[in-house]
Design a protein around this ligand. Sequence first.
Ligand SMILES: NC(=O)c1ccc[n+]([C@@H]2O[C@H](COP(=O)([O-])OP(=O)(O)OC[C@H]3O[C@@H](n4cnc5c(N)ncnc54)[C@H](OP(=O)(O)O)[C@@H]3O)[C@@H](O)[C@H]2O)c1
Length: 244
Amino acid sequence: MNPFDLKGKTVLVTGASSGLGKQTAITASELGARLIITGRDAKRLDETFSALQGEGHMKFIADLTIQADIDKLVNEIPILDGLVHSTGISDLAPARFITKETIVKTFSISFDASVLLTAGILGKKKLAKGNSSIVFISSISTRYPFVGGAMYISAKAALEGYARVLAVELAPRGTRVNCISPAFVRTPMLDDTAENYSQEAVDKIEERQLLGLGDPADVANTIVFYLSDASKWISATNLILGGG
Ligand SMILES: NC(=O)c1ccc[n+]([C@@H]2O[C@H](COP(=O)([O-])OP(=O)(O)OC[C@H]3O[C@@H](n4cnc5c(N)ncnc54)[C@H](OP(=O)(O)O)[C@@H]3O)[C@@H](O)[C@H]2O)c1
């Protein structure tokens, strides 16, 4: 038996209409998982859905900053073996321009949504007991900050703290909780971030990563390891994917 196999596992991936979530869903399906995917953009979510291997997958349009959408999603999904939180926005602003709205905008999707979705899933007993896995995507920037990233980085740091507590709370029921912290990866989010900086600044970021910019597959391959039985003795970690 291959411990990296995901056959027989049902996995929910949020943010599956783009970037890392999209690639994670596709890679997990290639390893045999049944996928439940969610995002806001129907057309892009359909594209991910069409790229999934195998059968029995489900897709749900949901804005995870809206509690009613979270509740509906939780009610309609089957029992999960894996949960990957891949939503997020990169709304950057120098510290002096931060307002209440800036804080709410970033935290509502980059922190609150993951916490409230997890609470809903646990409350409705939609996560299998014994050998289930939750993965959060934080960022290397909690260790290596960048100008303008105060809210993005603060929300990720909060998520890391939350994940550590969750790992302690859920260990007795056999659920593992881990974070991964990528450096810059080629996704639409990176394009948005790059728009706020000069080409020179972007080149410098790339130079700092010894192995260059990451590809979504580099991140997806790590996430499927955390979803698989190959990582069944690993919890409460935060793995840096920094390209060296
Ligand atoms: N790319 C990087 O370099 C990098 C590095 C470190 C960490 N990360 C983290 O990795 C995660 C994925 O990033 P990515 O690069 O894949 O970004 P992306 O391509 O911009 O994808 C973000 C996803 O989040 C979803 N989303 C945003 N707001 C939402 C909302 N209100 N409700 C539901 N879904 C919502 C988007 O859905 P719709 O498009 O359908 O609205 C999209 O599927 C994020 O948490 C990001 O912070 C990325």
